[in-house]
Design a protein around this ligand. Structure first.
Ligand SMILES: [Fe+2]
Length: 318
């Protein structure tokens, strides 16, 4: 499984570690986090670009070459914005070897995703420090982080990460170049129905809700440049376009005890729908009801770790 689980004991120490750090990589505005975290996207500032030993192109290509090959995925050429996200690496990755992609990166209009740099001994302390900073920032609203997973995206001009949604929260941080991030409200029934969300969270193999052109009018656009990032609330749909230059960004995705509970509750609802029932929607504002469904989900043996045991071999992103 991708990513790193965080034990309850480790999670309990994170906020204090985040607050004690001498040099912060992430700048959170406490009022913004309090009013918007997991409700709506918000912009934050960060300092990753000030650390070229980790986040410059040469440093990241070195990381690519020492990572296990299956943890670096790539696409080449022009990708349409409505391409199937889950099959895009296979469909648009053919024709060039990995070494050819690195050597001819810009001319092949390549896009590289480095999975889980936290597994690299050099990067792990940096990313664990960021995890602690996130834990400190959200402690008042969402105090128990249970899992995290990071991804570095290196892309040439005009690349597109097709419309999709991930099954967790994310801070997408721009390090080099520009990105246009389009986000949609996951609570909008016209964007994703309750049944869509229940199916999405019932299993990682399940089909993601698809894009329709009439969604475009509801897109929330964020223009990222180096030093800026944007928060993706839980399962918020998104599509990402790079600008006219090389782009480097880091996605810091994570789950919490709360989002795990939502996932289990949606999974339970999906089970009820498959039995022909019409369950109440999962209301993220009513933790008692969600907690009951999450408990029921566990009782019928559909725990999150089993449902998600073959967690995406392909992609995330953005
Ligand atoms: Fe994504």
């Amino acid at each position: 499984m991708l990513g790193e689980f965080v034990t309850r004991g480790e999670s309990a120490t994170l906020p204090a570690r985040g607050r004690q750090r001498q040099e912060h990589l992430l700048d959170f505005d406490a009022d913004t986090v309090r009013s918007s975290y997991n409700m709506r996207p918000f912009v934050l500032q960060h300092h990753l670009a000030e650390h070229p030993d980790f986040f410059s192109l040469p440093a990241l290509f070195s990381l690519c070459r020492r990572m296990p090959r299956d943890q670096v995925q790539y696409r080449v050429g022009a990708i349409p914005g409505d391409a199937n996200f889950d099959t895009s690496y296979a469909r648009y990755g053919e024709g060039l070897s990995f070494d050819q992609v690195l050597d001819r990166f810009e001319e092949s209009r390549a896009y590289i995703c480095i999975y889980n740099p936290e597994r690299d001994p050099l990067y792990r302390p940096v990313l664990e420090g960021m995890l602690a900073e996130i834990a400190a920032a959200i402690e008042g609203m969402d105090p128990v982080i249970t899992w995290y997973s990071t991804y570095v995206f290196v892309s040439t001009r005009d690349s597109v990460t097709p419309y999709h949604m991930d099954r967790e929260m994310n801070f997408l941080l721009q390090v080099l170049g520009e990105k246009q991030v389009m986000l949609w409200d996951p609570h909008d029934e016209e964007i994703m129905s309750e049944a869509d969300k229940d199916r999405l969270l019932a299993a990682f193999e399940s089909r993601r809700p698809v894009y329709r052109p009439d969604f475009e009018a509801k897109a929330m656009r964020y223009d990222l440049r180096p030093g800026l990032g944007v928060h993706h609330p839980f399962i918020a749909p998104h599509r990402v376009h790079t600008g006219s230059d090389l782009s480097i960004s880091l996605a810091f995705t994570f789950r919490t005890r709360t989002s795990d509970r939502w996932t289990r509750a949606h999974a339970f609802n999906h089970l009820l729908r498959r039995c022909g029932l019409s369950p109440w929607a999962i209301d993220h504002g009513h933790p008692l009801a969600d907690r009951a469904k999450a408990a029921a989900s566990q009782a019928v043996q559909v725990p999150i770790d089993l449902l998600q045991s073959r967690r995406r071999a392909r992609a995330l992103a953005s």
